[in-house]
Unconditional design. Sequence first.
Length: 402
Amino acid sequence: MKDHQSNILIIGAGVIGLAIARELKERNPEQSITLIEKEPHLAFHGSGRNSGVLHAGFYYTANSLKAQFTRDGNRLLHAYCQEKNIRVNPCQKVVVAQNEEELAGLHELESRGKVNGVDVRLIDLNELAEIDPNVQTYQKALFSPTTATVDPAEVCRAIQKDLEAQRVEILFNESYARRMDDHTIQTVSGRRYQAEKIINCAGLYADKVAKDFGFSQDYTIIPFKGIYLKYTKPDQPIRTCIYPVPNLKNPFLGVHYTITVDNTIKIGPTAIPAFWRENYQKFDRFDMNEFLEILYQEARLFAANAFNFRALAFEEVQKYYKPYFVGLATSMVKQIDTKGFTEWSKPGIRAQLLNTKTMALVQDFVVEGDEKTIHVLNAVSPAFTCSFPFAKWVVERYIATP
């Protein structure tokens, strides 16, 4: 069988792979680009299972890539959705405090946001009541007017349509199997793909692909399962997304309220350590080698109690008990019918990079590569919001010629 040839081969057609293809085509419409995707359709994994929140960018330190990409990505995705007539819910966001210590956390988040050039400000109880009278906070809340929600799969499909109109080839049911050489890979189907440049956007398996090319030596991906619980009663007890003050030492934002693009209220997500990379439900997609490898890494984290992993694991497991899970959210509102939370969402898996030497969860974007291959190892949350400016950064840093 003759090798499939193109200028650029992208492994993984999630939002990051799609965004990089889009950026490349905008710069050079004549180059040939192929995306291979192991699933039968787009947005099967994280790109279609994330919250759909367009974050504003005030959580992150000013020198981080996340701060820059989230701020710019919010603006760019708003513009893209308007251009393509994609639904956007301008629901906004408030971050609330429970006590004096968390009030100091609100001031820190406001400071980060201001340094990052984000539209964010502290508001008093009177202004909070105008935004959403049901929100409960201690003295102040942090208000983010540019936070919104979309259907992430709808955005991915729009980018797919754009790419196909530009003659980008997107091939499904083509799962990466092995590296043949620096310019050639083989898929599980036996087909070989050859390209001048290979870009690895394989998400949960990005570290595995990278290791085949000599990269990701100090990293491995640890999966965390996220599930939301939907409010199914016909009333609308809240108007805006409501978040607690997060523990900024960890990459998780805590249980919060999200209002989806179709005005469904949900609380979550969990951040439960998973035992294999696609550990969505029961033993679906179970892989013994992955199970043993991830169990080993999680045992190391538990023994060393890195980033307080033991407390995190115990806390997250408790969230399987619905009354406990709902109880974490009720303190942020004045009243809500807890019996209205009846339906669990489709689980998602966060592909969280772990530095195996320092035993720390990596909280910023990590890309490794050379003139032949590029490996997106940590497209960390909120990667969906960040996708357009992140793609531009990858292309300018690793691909574009002066």
